[in-house]
Design a protein around this ligand. Structure first.
Ligand SMILES: Cc1cc2nc3c(=O)[nH]c(=O)nc-3n(C[C@H](O)[C@H](O)[C@H](O)COP(=O)(O)OP(=O)(O)OC[C@H]3O[C@@H](n4cnc5c(N)ncnc54)[C@H](O)[C@@H]3O)c2cc1C
Length: 456
């Protein structure tokens, strides 16, 4: 079922009945399973009796995207293509800025459907198209369990304020999405499209940062995401509560890169997890739904999320960091020193190396990592910039609402005041002793050193 709350008209134009096909501009939900935008587009195609074309525009100028990200994205698109062909739907992938490509192909369209993206750039792309198109543009939201505006009509203060609002709606939205039958095939349509079988060739043509290489531990695509989910449920979920914060081991689901690229739906994950027994399910859904959708709430209602000065941080946090801005910093590092993991702290360096080498830093170390950047930088403004920059460049799941929110959390967002101390003021502080108390941090350092050796 596709709830009307997921569907939004982005302009007031009618369907153009003289055109030959309809277009689904796939951008943020790059999957064929549990994709409300795709199923909605198929419904429309059947209703107005015109075939459906799915379009994807690949730009090489997405801010902070690197070869690592493009590989993962393209591996996912390969699978999208073969699944769409099987359903009788033409998939057109072009090297072009997505909104321009969508506009070009939509010149001959009766109707355009697009999925919903939350970052400023994704919003701007949709705004551009809505102002230019000659036919109806409809956005369908598929990357959240509860549609953002239906969960809350304002920026929420913290998890405890959004949790009851989301929980109240879960029964309504936690429902499967059936695949629609495709009545009008578009496979015979002729469009210029990239050959997705040759990813190296595509990437050679792209002017992107090639210093951040593809990682060996993650391959993109829905099937890999689903396999991860199944392995997580059968082998890790039971211990999720007790072990997820121990970076020596791997008891997280590792689904964040797939979620980031829209290669798996949070709804599908939530439904699968809901079938399991026990307390772990509740803890996992707290992260997947409440925390993740709190991040999306923040980004949606706060367009200044990418700059410390426009974060709309809680007043107490802003004030306390300002009060301590002149506190002496024992260590101050530049972006390059952080990037090259050249701090005095072997734990922090290990976390940074984990991110650079594997493309995914463990959740617990992300908190320590972000807090220390705040502590070892001259101003919170600069610290925010450095943390966002590194996070977006190296994390496979970076450039995501969760990344901006996770970093902002290190500066007091969605948190409460704690005991006052230098530099941090009342913002929550973390130190190396805390790591030692929680887990065998030396073992974690060794684990990353071994990766390092293997990698070189
Ligand atoms: C400084 C900092 C930076 C971060 N950067 C990112 C980022 O760029 N991209 C990103 O997806 N997450 C980010 N996080 C949040 C969190 O660390 C990751 O979502 C998590 O580690 C992903 O691993 P997983 O999928 O194995 O998590 P699991 O524990 O298996 O959780 C399942 C899913 O729940 C959601 N989730 C888990 N923890 C959080 C959280 N704290 N906040 C919001 N959602 C959560 C994610 O979608 C995750 O995929 C950041 C956190 C911090 C403190």
């Amino acid at each position: 079922m596709i709830h009307s709350e997921r569907i939004q008209k982005l302009n007031n134009l009618p369907v153009n009945n003289t055109s030959n096909f309809i277009v689904y501009w796939m951008q943020s939900s790059s999957r064929t399973e549990f994709n409300h935008a795709l199923e909605y587009a198929i419904e429309k195609s059947n209703e107005i009796q015109k075939p459906l074309i799915v379009f994807y525009g690949l730009t090489d100028s997405f801010p902070e995207a690197t070869e690592r990200h493009y590989y993962f994205l393209l591996e996912g698109l390969q699978e999208v293509e073969s699944n769409l062909i099987k359903r009788g739907i033409k998939f057109v992938v072009q090297k072009i800025s997505p909104e321009i490509g969508a506009f070009e192909i939509a010149k001959d369209a009766a109707l355009v459907v697009v999925d919903r993206g939350y970052l400023n750039i994704e919003r701007k792309w949709r705004q551009f198209l809505s102002g230019k198109l000659d036919c109806s543009l409809i956005q369908v939201e598929s990357n959240v369990v509860v549609p953002v505006e239906d969960a809350s009509d304002k920026e929420e203060f913290a998890a405890y304020t959004i949790r009851p609002k989301i929980n109240k709606k879960l029964n309504k939205y936690l429902v499967p999405l059936n695949k629609r039958k495709v009545n009008f095939s578009s496979n015979d349509y002729d469009f210029t499209t990239l050959n997705l079988l040759d990813l190296n060739n595509i990437l050679n043509e792209f002017n992107i940062d090639k210093t951040v290489k593809k990682v060996s531990g993650f391959t993109g695509g829905y099937s890999k995401a689903k396999l991860n989910l199944q392995e997580f449920i059968s082998g890790k979920l039971e211990k999720y509560e007790t072990m997820r914060n121990n970076p020596v081991y791997d008891y997280q689901s590792n689904l964040s890169p797939f979620l980031h690229f829209g290669q798996i739906s949070p709804l599908e994950i939530a439904l699968e997890i809901s079938k399991t027994e026990g307390q772990a399910k509740k803890n996992y859904l707290e992260q997947l739904i409440i925390r993740r959708e709190l991040s999306i709430n923040f980004i949606t209602y706060n367009l200044g999320y990418d700059n410390y000065n426009t974060l709309n941080n809680p007043r107490w946090a802003e004030q306390t960091l300002e009060d301590h801005i002149k506190d002496k910093r024992e260590y101050v590092y530049s972006l390059e020193e952080f990037e090259q993991a050249k701090t005095h702290d072997s734990y922090w360096n290990a976390a940074q190396n984990e991110m650079v080498i594997t493309g995914k830093m463990h959740n617990y170390m992300r908190m320590y990592w972000g807090k220390k950047i705040l502590e070892w930088t001259e101003t919170p403004e600069l610290a925010y910039k450095i943390a966002i920059n590194l996070n977006n460049k190296y994390e496979l799941d970076g450039r995501d609402p969760n990344g901006y929110t996770g970093v902002a959390w290190c500066f007091g967002k969605h948190d409460r005041p704690w005991k006052e101390r230098p530099i941090f003021g009342k913002v929550r502080y973390m130190n190396a002793n805390g790591l030692r108390r929680k887990f065998d941090v030396e073992k974690y350092v060794m684990k990353i050193k071994n990766l390092d050796i293997y990698n070189n």
